[in-house]
Write a new protein. Sequence first.
Length: 623
Amino acid sequence: METKMHALVFLSLFLLVTVNTAGKGTDADECKPTRCKHNGPAIKFPFWLRNRQPPHCGYTGFELSCTTTKKKHTVLELPSSVKLFVKHINYTTQQIQVYDPHSCLPKQLQRLNISASPFQFVVVDESRNSLDSFSFFNCSSGKQGYNSSIFPCLSTHGYQVQAYSDRYTTLLGLLPPPPCRKMYDTAPIPRDIIESMKHDFYLSWSNPMCNKCAAKGLECRLDGNGTESQTRCFYIPNKDKGTESRKLVITGPILGSFLLVLISIGIYWFHHSNKTEKENQMKIKKFLEDYKALKPTRYTYADLKRITNQFKDRIGQGGYGIVFKGKLSNEVTVAVKLLNNFKGNGDEFINEVRSMGRIHHVNVARLVGFCADGVRRALVYEFLQNGSLDKYIFSADGQRQSRNLGWEKLYDIALGIAKGIDYLHQGCDQRIIHLDIKPHNVLLDKNFNPKMSDFGMAKLYPKEQSSISMTAARGTIGYIAPEVFSRNFRHVSYKSDVYSFGMLLLEIVGGRKNMDVNDENSSQGYFPEWVYNRLNREEDLEMENVDERQSKMIKKLSIVGLWCIQWYPVDRPSMNKVVRMFEGDKDLVMPQNPFASNDSAKRSSTAPSKVRHSSLDIISESD
């Protein structure tokens, strides 16, 4: 009797599931293609629709939404709150056509930071439509300058807003007719957007790769058995609504005919489903482990012991603690930094998790997880095979290291670091100042791509805030900006990181530490000042075994470094400008001498020729 009751209950559940499946669809349907409106663009992987689909239906950075108006426009929001309407998505070419909802695209260009998103501009004809940076001017003269564009949507009565390409204002020296006031600069954008005053343009994406699936008429998803960027193709059949309706009509004779078969299948399923369910749970667990790796996970101390095989493989040690090599359950290699229980580690631990937990950039080390188990604290990072940059710059005694990476790779590393810092300053919801930029905190992956790490001293503040106050200096001797350690400045800003980056660049050029107390009697003396004097006299830097192309790279690294270490923050370029200086082809202009006094009427202070930090309240290097 009990067996029959179980069979009857199973049959009822089976029929209920069958009807629900036919009428409403399975749980997998939550990720099926959707639209904001009937004739709107199809939204499917890697895109996902907010408020209708869960995040795992798409990929990081591909979130779309629908407007609440009757027209139900599809909206793509890029970093810095730039909202664009989506006109069309081509999954075969992996391109998305977007346009400005207010027909005034230049108004949003000043906030657009495309490098912080997974998209790139599509340049249709590179001979006519290259990527250029533009400067916008507010002019009251009514005269249009040579090769400029006027934007009525930005202009007011008596004033015209004109845009000029950097290739004309900088390369050719063409400036707008006076009186004109500069409003803002843009990052590199397709020239055709400004010159043709278009309100729509195309963006493309390269990761994840789903174009082969689209070309075959198949759907695309992340492969749970691979890395977080690998995909697989699968087929979703189109269901005929009429057929579905007929499936719901289940007559008595049909039920009677198949009742015995269904009960037999149910009993068999009941006794064997446990094994299948365990396999499914393991598959789901593995997927969730891969998915949660995209954001920091909290681990227990027991988890860390398992991940590191009882802390067996030690790969580093310093004043902060010990670093062990470990593996997650999905065979992802990680580095586990077990922090010492010293005073101050609590603040640095919170700082690091709060800062790195919100950062996703190719040039910033990813924080996989953390541990706060009683008094034990640890940080779990992605494992970077080639260690820190300092061992490729300095030898054991701090002197010049052999150039085993080559100047081309060192130049690429410098550019990658600049892009990472630019993302910290502009690409996040809040501006992040690292405050401890140095070669030791730049890690290199298997391809020697640089990644910023160690955010224990970082500070966060809103982008609209120009600076922050600090009661005590923080950082490492030789890299601290004047405004960080000097009581005369009081306030610090993101320009403090620019100074530290400049000191790092000059160390890459010199192959040694800029400030070496044992090097007072060297023929070069203080290396940055020696570099400035040589370049200012148009003399080479006495580098051995370099060709003309490498010599130009060394000179550009040096000049950018000298621009970054200017004594006054206002004289230093932003990191976005630094990136453009690296990527540009033109020769750079020498900055003013950062080591000599400035006789300007606006400034009365004198910058010392060699900064001394020994008597200041600083946080010294911990390892």
